[in-house]
Design a binder for this molecule. Sequence first.
Ligand code: KIV
Ligand code: ZN
Length: 388
Amino acid sequence: MDNRVIIFDTTLRDGEQALPASLSGREKLQIALMLERLGVDVIEAGFPVSSPGDFKSVQLIAKEVKKATICGLSRALEKDIDACGEALSVAEKFRIHTFIATSDIHVDTKLRKSQDEVVEMAVKAIAHARKYTNDVEFSCEDAGRTHIDYLCRMVEAAIKAGATTVNIPDTVGYTIPSEFGSTIENLFNRVPNIDQAVISVHCHNDLGLAVANSLSAIQYGARQVECTINGIGERAGNCSLEEIVMALKTRESLLNLQTGINTQEISKTSKLVSQLCNMPVQANKAIVGANAFSHSSGIHQDGVLKGQNTYEIMTPESVGINKNNLNLTSRSGRHVIKHRLTELGYGPAEYDLDEVYASFLRLADKKGQVFDYDLEALLFFNQQKHEH
Ligand code: KIV
Ligand code: ZN
């Protein structure tokens, strides 16, 4: 099996869908160009039939982005697929992504159709999309809650109809990693033509398991992951691109899987998406949160100063952050104070470490975090005391 995992980014479709206000065409293009620089393989640019604005921005991205495959979403309806074909035809490489729900709850309650009718709709939609391109993706919406027998039947029919990627979404973030992994394993064991398509996963984060579920699916043979920057998306969001990519990279010796992502562009991309989408990133968010490379306790700071990998499993530079951050608080020890003063240009002869450390602790107890300018002020006042 191929060791390359395709990264399919849906920040501009699933992610944008969850924003209080939509992005302008220019903002979407700015994000798409950044995603291209980041090295994503497929950019899902939008849902062209949903509005004239979305159609135009998908078209704009299709025109301007050259390296990544540009994808548009469509229901399993001819008019949606035609809108995708039209918006995407200017692209160097494009994909039409069509979907229909497969779980009993969606088929009975939402679609109000029989299982046979749904298979028929999927097959017709895929065949129609193939008139525009050889790159057609089909998604079984709510696959996470779909009976495995029906899921196998649908996947087999979709591949036979011409889908080159078949996506298995955990639309409502309901599954757990062992269960989702075994769904993928079952598909590989039971669908006879499975090797004629790339199996993809698209996990939502309702139980905070989107990345874990995606990783489990990859271990059972999925080779495309659908994800978003900062994990933005419907409700609790989608699998976060930076987390799945860095999990694969950091544990490469165990997993033996690679992506084409230029990981040094991650931090910049995260900031751009956060700003344009007006979606702040929580401080303790893995990889891109403000605290992801910050160390606070004296024991950790001392360890990191002796060897960065004592408390860092990846370097900040590997995700485009200049350096880690050692927070100066009442938990900090002498070692980090001396280190910070050296960084600020003060040699050991210029201060009495015991004295500075004692006044640092008094200030930290009152103030919480102590900044460089506080430390310089402490040094100044201690020097003044000695001079008078
Ligand atoms: O969550 C989902 O099922 C989707 C599909 C349209 C792929 O976003
Ligand atoms: Zn989704």
